[in-house]
Design a protein around this ligand. Structure first.
Ligand code: CIR
Length: 257
């Protein structure tokens, strides 16, 4: 289940004091800022405990969603694609992340009128699924698709019918296994892979994060934990209550390189 190239680094950004002004549809109320910082710090500690070098960026004033760094880029082995985030309030995040990524990769950009959020991009080995969502339009998906194809990587568009991003309902464990919400289970796009289908009420845990053979999953979903553990993977549960209030999950908090 290990990919050819394990991750060695992660880029994260600390939430700013304005985090509660970010976009959300969760209806769970504003996050408790000190608890949000605690949960974010635990996430960083966990990535470090798995051997990753974690590059921690400062909050970006004026961009309350900027700690969801995953949306501003798609990192490939040979280059980083800096996105044009779909939400107007998040567009400026691309320019903030580009110089950081340029330390590690050649960078290219998704250009308007294309929009794309990294949360809509799921890599399963050499195969990519790109969600068409309220944030990612067909033009943005095609721009990324052309870049992927140019690197010998295949891609499939998937219409995101519910949830913010494609990865709000699905994640990949290594190169062959998908964990997905029941609403995506019948989508033929995912047919060729081993699939763990989550029951209604467990959807939030579909955004789990596989890191080099371990899987991070949100706390509070014991049956998902059990399903993951049955695969023989080490499972690490993280408290995500405050991140969830802002529609965020485990993958959005980092870019893995
Ligand atoms: C937003 O609505 O853009 C943020 N509040 C949440 C982004 C979550 N990102 C992700 O799932 N990749």
């Amino acid at each position: 289940m290990m990919p050819a190239q394990p991750f060695t680094r992660a880029i994260v950004r600390r939430p700013g004091a304005d985090a509660g002004r970010g976009l959300t549809t969760a209806g769970l109320g504003p996050p408790d800022f000190s608890l949000l910082l605690e949960q974010h710090a635990a996430y960083i500690r966990t990535l470090r405990s798995l051997g990753l070098e974690v590059i921690v960026l400062d909050p970006a004033p004026g961009f309350p969603d900027a700690y969801f760094v995953e949306d501003a880029a798609v990192v490939l082995p040979e280059l980083a694609v800096v996105t044009n985030p779909g939400a107007p309030s998040r567009r400026g995040e691309a320019a903030l992340i580009e110089p950081v990524l340029a330390r590690y990769r050649r960078t290219v950009r998704v250009e308007p009128p294309g929009t794309l959020d990294g949360g809509d991009v799921l890599a399963v080995g050499n195969r990519f699924f790109i969600g068409l969502s309220a944030r990612t339009n067909a033009e943005g998906a095609e721009q990324l698709g052309r870049i992927l194809a140019g690197h010998g990587l295949s891609w499939t568009p998937v219409v995101v019918a519910g949830g913010l991003h494609l990865k709000s309902g699905i994640c990949a464990l290594g190169d062959d296994t998908l964990v997905l919400a029941e609403s995506l289970a019948d989508d033929r796009a995912f047919g060729g892979h081993r699939r763990i289908v989550l029951s209604p009420g467990e959807e939030y845990a579909a955004n789990s994060l596989w890191v080099n053979g371990s899987v991070l999953t949100p706390a509070g979903f014991p049956s998902v934990r059990a399903k993951l553990a049955r695969l023989g993977l080490p499972v690490i549960e993280l408290e995500m209550s405050e991140v969830r209030k802002m529609d965020g999950g485990l993958t959005c908090l980092s870019l893995r390189l």
